[in-house]
Design a protein around this ligand. Structure first.
Ligand code: ZN
Ligand code: ZN
Length: 180
């Protein structure tokens, strides 16, 4: 990995006006030229012009946080990757730019397999599932027996693993799409 360290030199405010004349003169007479160490690019402008060039052209693609899985290009911003997906790879906009959504489980869709349970608490839960084949996460919290939550998410997953039920979960977004 190549690490490029460049110091940005900020001109003092009072010098900016003089600088403009300086760079105009420099362009003509090429007194000070900044050369890119990676390619044949050069500028007679301020050093920050060279820095911008290096950041844009020579920062390793794999060092950029948003990576395109289709062509291994990297992007510094998520929106740039999304626009690239749409333009270069013809990915439909609604897929390239999905709305931000919650991954939390919104609803549990339960169906009984018919397997018989022995323990009283399991039988009680299966009875609940029979009455409520669609259980919203919010409703789970209200199913109380002696002040205790009767069915917790881990119970649902356990009962599915034990094959008392088959379980399907949906986020709010998925549920709303289904019911549109
Ligand atoms: Zn260069
Ligand atoms: Zn790509």
């Amino acid at each position: 990995m190549t690490v490029i360290r460049v110091r940005i030199i900020k001109p003092n405010n009072e010098k900016i006006a003089a600088n403009t004349a300086y760079y105009r003169n420099n362009k003509k007479n090429r007194l000070k030229v900044h050369n890119c160490p990676h390619c044949n690019y050069e500028t007679t402008g301020p050093k920050c012009i060279l820095v911008n060039h290096i950041n844009a052209k020579h920062t390793q693609e794999t060092n950029k946080p948003f990576q395109c899985l289709h062509c291994c290009k990297g992007f510094s911003q998520k929106a740039h990757l999304q626009n690239h997906l749409i333009k270069q790879h013809n990915i439909p906009e609604h897929i390239a730019k999905p709305p931000v959504q919650s991954k939390n489980i919104y609803i549990y869709l339960i169906s009984l397999t018919g397997k018989k349970a022995k323990s009283k608490t399991t039988i009680a839960r299966l009875d609940i599932y029979k009455r409520y084949p669609k259980l919203f996460t919010e409703e789970l919290k209200k199913l109380l027996v002696n002040g205790k939550q009767l069915v917790k998410p881990h119970n649902l997953h356990y009962d599915a693993k034990q094959e008392y039920i088959t379980l399907k979960t949906m986020t709010e977004h998925e549920y709303r799409q289904l019911n549109d």
